[in-house]
Design a protein around this ligand. Structure first.
Ligand code: 5GP
Length: 179
């Protein structure tokens, strides 16, 4: 695997990501000022975004992770199943789910329903990327980094068959690699 050669096009550059993450961090800090925020990262794709984002948030935050099944080795959205639960009791807490990308919306809709049942004080969603054309389930995403076209992307935490997560930008994978 040669990561750079497998990329057809850089969709969101490292510089644009950096600027957007700083902007989102400022907005989140303003919106939750005076509160204590629990960031919930979705494993594994969100960890790069989350680790940059949390350092741009200037109010106190706590951190937890939740694991759901995602694409596996292919590019089609599979069944949504909780594979790792939170350690934190979120009742009465302000919770912000941090996700890499919203595609059909199934993952977040399902997760939002599960977490709402635990009675958090508030529950919002922050996603780096959004593919609105692919939406099958309506879901409100409170903080969105970039709206992108319906293309399969990798990098900055997003994988294909487990690889490419460490690319510092978001790129479109060459179709020949998965078609
Ligand atoms: P949804 O449930 O919204 O259809 O899917 C969300 C999940 O699908 C994301 O967390 C991500 O794991 C995966 N996904 C959706 N689109 C892409 C994409 O373009 N590239 C990669 N690598 N994963 C994607």
């Amino acid at each position: 695997m040669n990561m750079q050669e497998d990329i057809a096009e850089v969709l969101v550059s490292e510089d644009r990501i950096k600027a957007k993450v700083a902007e989102l961090g400022r907005r989140i800090s303003d919106d939750y000022r005076g509160e204590e925020l629990l960031l919930v990262g979705l494993l594994r794709g969100a960890i790069v975004f989350l680790s940059d984002l949390m350092r741009k948030i200037s109010i106190p935050v706590h951190l937890d992770f939740i694991g759901v099944t995602s694409y596996g080795a292919g590019t089609r959205s599979g069944a949504v199943r909780l594979v790792m639960d939170l350690e934190t009791d979120i009742a009465g807490r302000h919770v912000l789910i941090v996700e890499d990308i919203v595609d059909t919306g199934k993952t977040l809709a399902c997760l939002k329903e599960k977490l709402t049942a635990r009675r958090p004080a508030s529950l919002r969603i922050c996603a780096l990327l959004d593919k609105p054309q692919r939406r099958e389930v309506p879901i409100e995403v409170d903080y969105v980094g970039f709206k992108i076209p319906d293309k399969f992307v990798v990098g900055y935490g997003l994988d294909f068959a487990g690889g490419y997560r460490n690319l510092p930008f978001v790129g479109v994978l060459k179709e020949s690699l998965y078609k």
